[in-house]
Design a protein around this ligand. Structure first.
Ligand SMILES: *[C@@H]1O[C@H](CO)[C@@H](O)[C@H](O)[C@H]1NC(C)=O
Ligand SMILES: *[C@@H]1O[C@H](CO)[C@@H](O)[C@H](O)[C@H]1NC(C)=O
Ligand SMILES: *[C@@H]1O[C@H](CO)[C@@H](O)[C@H](O)[C@H]1NC(C)=O
Ligand SMILES: *[C@@H]1O[C@H](CO)[C@@H](O)[C@H](O)[C@H]1NC(C)=O
Ligand SMILES: *[C@@H]1O[C@H](CO)[C@@H](O)[C@H](O)[C@H]1NC(C)=O
Ligand SMILES: *[C@@H]1O[C@H](CO)[C@@H](O)[C@H](O)[C@H]1NC(C)=O
Ligand SMILES: *[C@@H]1O[C@H](CO)[C@@H](O)[C@H](O)[C@H]1NC(C)=O
Ligand SMILES: *[C@@H]1O[C@H](CO)[C@@H](O)[C@H](O)[C@H]1NC(C)=O
Length: 511
């Protein structure tokens, strides 16, 4: 999703040197990774498909978000039009040399009413896409929910605020496993569960835009002090229910794996003071432990229970049992690291939201960021993987999103994205060499898509999508060239790729 929330807690732009550990791996190649390590790239349904009002698809909370008064960034009605151009896109994936494509299924396209009958046209589309991928030797890695809950369920009972979501989400997953599971090996239930909740129910900046003052503004309804915890609870129970269904009914014959996706900031203490070190640990407990502790041990971290008190629901014994070990892998999205400073004053507020319960201020840096882009902190991914290794027993991990933002209008000579990918994949290699159980890596995004926070203004793609022409032509960027070379086993120093771009006779790189 490539989320960069303007967090209300404390947003400072500082030029700290955040570098913690040097990324050692530089002149590496694909062959330095384990032979079965999966390299891919990804998108999500609402952001890439378009055809939002075609063939029986109904609106999701993401559609509603783009139609709200204070949003000016366009909408995903057309997006990158992959719904009509999937064959062309799969061919580009073949050209690039991807092992796998990460995409999401649109629930309101498959089951337009949220529950009940399946839309034949939706079924047909995902069968076509999956077949096209499999026939070209590309593994489909599928996310079930990527910010696009059917609006009808939001209207009917408040979506994730109600326990009914467990039944409906499980029934939707059942349809997906039954219809597509013979060809899909990797399933992720929810994308960025933690950010979906912080953005959607505390700060009110993302779908379904619920919040309460003074924690968020301009929301139609919501309660930032209570709803984030309720939503997380129902989301975890839905996830556990889906995993349990898969294990009972499908895993023995389909041999696939199911995981949960978390956004990871990699909180780094601002100073070496005990207070800041503890604050960074709390930030990890609140962002990661909120889901990882229930998934591993069947309950929330002590620090969260102590701070949120009655506002955090509790699990019954049976729910705990169902949650424990309810994953085959953990998926993470990581873009940059943040510094964390102790913020004890937030605990003195009479009413607290999820963010103030954390009592930690996050400080964003612009370290190494190109204009309009994300900071360059390649060691952060290594630290995140090290954290999962040391704190959560080194589970199998897929990095499902990592990539550099540029302005949509920028050149396709995207050297800053090449540097970014080369740095982070090098950090990933270092982590694997130090024992991390990482199994796969996906760049965000395969092609330019409709972005959650800046619509068509930014681009993360390996392919530029030219919105000025109705057929939305795709052009490979320099980063596609680099990633493709890498995937095909060539070791390429940065200077080499810039020269290659310079000597390209296609003229594409001079756009
Ligand atoms: C991007 O979206 C805005 C808002 O809808 C629109 O005015 C603009 O024309 C779009 N730009 C392109 C290149 O499609
Ligand atoms: C959705 O519900 C409406 C009203 O209940 C019904 O008319 C329609 O046929 C349903 N659509 C599907 C695809 O089930
Ligand atoms: C949110 O819920 C809390 C606890 O039930 C309550 O005290 C508070 O008034 C509610 N806030 C809003 C904005 O409804
Ligand atoms: C914290 O301590 C480590 C190890 O002693 C040192 O390398 C690092 O520079 C210190 N960080 C800060 C922000 O003072
Ligand atoms: C692209 O758009 C950004 C943001 O609107 C602007 O600052 C920048 O100058 C533009 N760049 C080009 C090359 O037009
Ligand atoms: C490598 O792994 C060891 C053992 O888990 C750990 O102590 C060390 O900090 C790790 N090194 C890096 C650079 O992460
Ligand atoms: C790329 O081409 C430009 C313009 O011809 C030149 O100034 C630059 O030095 C070249 N860069 C490399 C790395 O060859
Ligand atoms: C691409 O960008 C690099 C770094 O900014 C620059 O050295 C090179 O000349 C550019 N190439 C083209 C064809 O513009």
């Amino acid at each position: 999703m490539a989320i960069v929330l303007s967090l209300s807690l404390l947003v400072l732009l500082l030029n700290f040197d955040l570098r913690e550990i040097a990324v050692a791996a530089e002149g590496y190649s694909r062959h330095d990774f384990p032979a079965d390590f999966v390299f891919g790239s990804g998108t999500s349904a609402y952001q890439v498909e378009g055809a939002a009002n075609e063939d029986g698809r109904m609106p999701s909370i993401f559609d509603t978000f783009t139609r709200s008064e204070n949003w000016q960034g366009g909408n995903g009605d057309v997006a990158s039009d992959e719904y009509h151009k999937y064959k062309e896109d799969v061919q580009l994936m073949v050209d690039t040399g991807l092992d796998a494509y990460r995409f999401s299924i649109s629930w309101p396209r498959l089951i337009p009413n949220g529950s009940g009958s399946v839309n034949r046209k939706g079924l047909e589309y995902y069968n076509n896409l999956i077949n096209e991928l499999v026939n070209h030797g590309i593994q489909p890695h599928v996310t079930l929910l990527h910010s696009d809950l059917p609006q009808v369920l939001e209207d009917k009972y408040g979506g994730f605020l109600d326990r009914q979501i467990v039944e409906d989400f499980t029934a939707y997953a059942d349809v997906c496993f039954k219809e597509f599971g013979d060809r899909v090996s990797h399933w992720t239930t929810v994308n960025e569960g933690n950010i979906f909740i912080m953005g959607g129910y505390d700060l009110g900046q993302t779908p379904p835009q619920r919040c309460s003052a003074p924690f968020g503004f301009n929301c139609q309804g919501g309660n930032s002090t209570t709803e984030p915890y309720i939503v997380a609870h129902n989301m975890l129970l839905a996830h556990a229910s889906i995993v349990s269904l898969y294990k009972k009914k499908y895993q023995a014959t389909q041999h696939g794996l199911v995981g949960f996706n978390l956004y990871s900031f990699n909180p780094v203490p601002l100073t070496n003071s005990t207070e800041d070190v503890m604050a960074a640990r709390r930030a990890n407990d609140f962002f990661i432990g909120w889901f990882m502790d229930p998934l591993m041990y069947g309950d929330y971290p002590e620090i969260m229970k102590n701070t949120a008190g009655k506002r955090i629901p509790s699990f019954t014994k049976d729910e705990s049992k169902l949650l424990k070990g309810s994953f085959d892998f953990i998926a993470i999205n990581h873009y940059f690291s943040v510094h964390v400073k102790d913020n004890p004053s937030s605990l003195k507020m009479e009413l607290r939201d999820y963010v103030s319960d954390m009592a930690a201020a996050m400080i964003f840096s612009t370290d190494g960021a190109p204009p309009g882009g994300l900071p360059f902190m390649p060691w952060g991914l290594q630290e995140v993987l090290e954290y999962f290794k040391q704190v959560y027993g080194n589970p199998p991990i897929y990095i499902q999103e990592n990539g550099q933002r540029t302005d949509r209008n920028s050149s396709i000579n995207d050297t800053s994205r090449v540097e970014y990918l080369q740095g982070f994949i090098g950090g990933l290699l270092d982590a694997i060499r130090n024992g991390s159980n990482a199994r796969g890596y996906f760049t965000w995004s395969f092609l330019d898509v409709f972005e959650l926070l800046d619509g068509n203004a930014s681009s993360f793609g390996l392919y530029f999508v030219d919105l000025n022409y109705p057929n939305l032509p795709r052009y490979p960027k320099l980063s596609q060239h680099w990633y493709s070379k890498f995937l095909k086993g060539k070791s390429i120093p940065l200077d080499g790729i810039v020269e290659a771009a310079n000597s390209s006779s296609s003229g594409l790189y001079s756009r």
